[in-house]
Design a protein around this ligand. Structure first.
Ligand code: UDP
Ligand code: MG
Length: 311
C-alpha cells in the first residue's frame, strides 16, 4: 500500500488543530482503500499549546507525527522540515486553518495516479474576505515579479499541493536559506496541474501575516528569483549620463550666447537631491542582494528541531 504524507505547518494553532484533525481523518477514511495516511504537524516555535496538542494527537493516533522547532523559523522552514521528514510516496502541504479544503486531496490524488501528473497545485480564484488594499498589492506584486523573473509565479497560488516523492527530492536539493517556496516549486519544473477554488475563511485563530510581513516576503521573492533590480542601477546610470550630456550642451550654449548671470540655485538643489535619492535607492538594492548573499554564505541550518515524535 502506498503512503500519503500531509505536512501541516503550525504556528500558534492550538484551536485549529483538533478541528483539522477531525477533517483529515474523514478524508483518510474515504481514501483508505487506496492509500495510507501520515500527518506531520510542524510546530514552528509556537508560544501556545500547539506542541501539547500535537503530542496528544500523536498518542491517540499513530498516523499523526510532529516536529517541534526551537523557535519560530517561518512557514518556509516548516515546509522544508516537513518535506525532509515525510516518508510518503505522495506528499501534500496543507494549512491547518482549513483554508485549504482537505477534501480536494481526493481529486489531487486521482490527478497524480490516473493522469500522470507529478504535482497537483491549487490557486485561489477569488480573494474574498481579504482586505482590498492587500488584494491590490498582491496583484501588483504578481504582475511585477512575473515581468522581472524567468520563473513563473502563479497569481493566487497556494502552498497547498500534492507532489510525488521524486519532485519533493528535487525540492530538497535546493538548500537555500532564503526560501520562497512559490518560486522553488515552479523552478524545479515537473508536470503540474492547477486546481482552482474559492477563498475560504480560516476556521479558528487568526492570520499570522501582517501587511508588513507580506511586504518583506514579497521582497524576498523578488530578490530570490530575479536579478533585474540589480540591473536597474546601470539603467538609471545610463539615463542620467545622457541627461547630463544634454544639460551640459545646453548650459554651455546658453553661457556663450547670454553670458553667465548667477542663477539656478533651486534647480541645482532639486537635481542634487533627486540624483542623491536615486543613488541611495540603488545602493539599497545592492544592499538587499548583499545581505541575502551574506546569509547564504553562513550556511546556517534552515531550522532547528527541538523535539520529534518517535516513529
Ligand atoms: N505558519 C507557520 N509559521 C509562521 C506563520 C504561519 O507555520 O511563521 C503556518 C500557520 O500556522 C498556517 C499556515 O502557515 O498553518 C498559513 O498561515 P496563515 O493562515 O496565518 O496565512 P494565510 O492563510 O492568512 O495566508
Ligand atoms: Mg490561513
Amino acid at each position: 500500500m502506498k503512503l500519503l504524507s500531509v505536512i501541516v505547518p503550525c504556528f500558534n494553532e492550538q484551536e485549529a488543530m483538533p478541528i483539522f484533525y477531525n477533517e483529515i481523518v474523514k478524508v483518510a477514511d474515504t481514501m483508505k482503500e487506496c492509500v495510507d495516511f501520515e500527518v506531520i504537524f510542524v510546530d514552528d516555535g509556537s508560544r501556545d499549546n500547539t506542541l501539547l496538542v500535537a503530542r496528544e494527537l500523536n498518542d491517540k493516533d499513530k498516523r499523526i507525527k510532529y516536529i517541534s522547532f526551537s523557535r519560530n523559523f517561518g512557514k518556509e522552514s516548516a515546509i522544508y522540515a516537513g518535506l525532509e521528514q515525510a516518508k510518503g510516496d505522495y506528499i501534500a502541504i496543507m494549512d491547518v486553518d482549513l483554508q485549504d479544503p482537505p477534501k480536494l486531496l481526493v481529486d489531487m490524488y486521482r490527478g497524480i495516479v490516473n493522469e500522470e501528473y507529478d504535482c497537483i497545485a491549487t490557486r485561489r480564484v477569488s480573494r474574498k474576505g481579504e482586505p482590498p488594499i492587500r488584494s491590490f498589492f498582491a496583484r501588483r506584486f504578481y504582475s511585477l515579479i512575473n515581468k522581472i523573473s524567468k520563473t513563473e509565479i502563479v497569481d493566487g497560488a497556494r502552498d497547498y499541493r500534492l507532489m510525488t516523492k521524486q519532485m519533493v527530492d528535487s525540492i530538497l536539493e535546493l538548500k537555500e536559506y532564503n526560501r520562497f517556496s512559490k518560486g522553488i516549486f515552479s523552478w524545479v519544473g515537473y508536470k503540474t496541474k492547477w486546481l482552482e477554488y474559492e477563498n475560504v475563511e480560516r476556521v479558528a485563530g487568526e492570520t499570522k501575516w501582517s501587511f508588513w510581513k507580506l511586504f518583506i516576503y514579497s521582497l524576498e521573492g523578488i530578490i530570490a528569483f530575479s536579478t533585474v533590480p540589480l540591473a536597474m542601477a546601470s539603467v538609471f546610470g545610463m539615463i542620467f549620463c545622457l541627461a547630463a550630456f544634454v544639460i551640459i550642451c545646453f548650459v554651455v550654449a546658453k553661457t556663450l550666447i547670454f553670458g553667465d548671470p548667477v542663477a539656478g540655485y533651486p534647480s541645482l538643489i532639486c537635481a542634487i537631491t533627486f540624483i542623491g535619492g536615486i543613488q541611495l535607492f540603488c545602493i539599497g538594492i545592492l544592499g538587499q542582494y548583499l545581505s541575502k548573499t551574506y546569509l547564504e554564505t553562513k550556511q546556517r541550518p534552515i531550522y532547528i528541531a527541538k523535539e520529534r515524535s518517535l516513529d
